[in-house]
Design a protein around this ligand. Sequence first.
Ligand code: SAH
Length: 370
Amino acid sequence: MTEAADKKINLLGMPRAELEAFFADMGEKPFRARQVMKWIYAAGEHDFDRMTDVSKKLRDKLKQIAEVRVPEVMVDNVSKDGTRKWLLNMDATNGIEMVFIPEDERGTLCISSQVGCALDCTFCSTAQQGFNRNLSAAEIVGQVWLANKLLGYSKGGDRIITNVVFMGMGEPLANYQNVLSSIHVLLDDYGYGMSKRRVTVSTSGIVPAMHRLNEEAEYALAVSLHAPNDELRDVLVPINQKYPIKELMEACWAYVKKKPHRHIYVEYVMLNGVNDKPEHARELAKLLGGLPCKVNLIPFNPFPGTPYERSPIERINAFRDILVRKGLVTVTRKTRGDDIDAACGQLAGKVADRSKRAEKMAAHMARVQT
Ligand code: SAH
């Protein structure tokens, strides 16, 4: 990449209002933004020269100052169950992972919002690699753009990606502005035109950002609860020390109260002997009592070096039955793609080797060994 190319503005991931302002600055009409967005998102085009209803003069101008730059694919793995995982290069030292999960009625793309994560949830392998940096809106939306291409999306054809979930690497609400821009593009009719119920933001509970996002966007909300009381959650999800369960529940209630028929997906990882006892289930039912929600029990996906074990299926079923008897809609999430390390919370492994932390560790080991 030359220095000049580096300075070009990446139009990918720019919300319509921003793109209109960009064209206005060039002395162009706002409809240019809609025209170009249709090319980028509906047609999957990145080459200005092929945007044939844009005048040659404007295309030449665009080529000089702007670009549609997408992440680069490093590794492409397909699981026995059809789940597909990609390792994407974001720059010379940063990679992230993205997963596509095909099901009968839908296709879910799980995207990342950060390289690594700073939140340090003790059962999550992304946490092990530490935090490198936020992804830009271009890099977030770029994942969807790329997946559409790789999955063979065709103009006018059926959607292959029906759902997008911010459940890859990173904490989306710790990268607020770029995630917000991405949501705008995913929902915009001139962007991907997705339904607001099919774009899910999953958060470990950054409470002030939850309130803000509730005011500024439409989306489906998933909350990574994982424990029914502060004592346990303080350990599993350390951000709880800053924003305890009471505040988190208030943010959940604010979300469901804003619009009728809203509900929350409550995520609960099943860790053997840690948070999966019958008394935890009863405490959880009490905590969630009355909140419109669906509980997703996620069997823990182990990774090298973790002290935790997955709860046996009988314990998961017993836990689920208690919640169901208390009136909570509860499902156990199917583990998909675990033969290619694509399951929940496993997105890190190979990227860890590319992170700054891995480099530092290698340098440290070299010093120690000599
Ligand atoms: N930072 C966001 C997105 C994280 S990943 C969040 O916390 O919600 C999406 C889900 O996978 C979260 O619920 C996360 O807690 C869960 N998860 C993380 N590690 C896991 C593991 N090893 N096994 C199962 N689920 C895991």
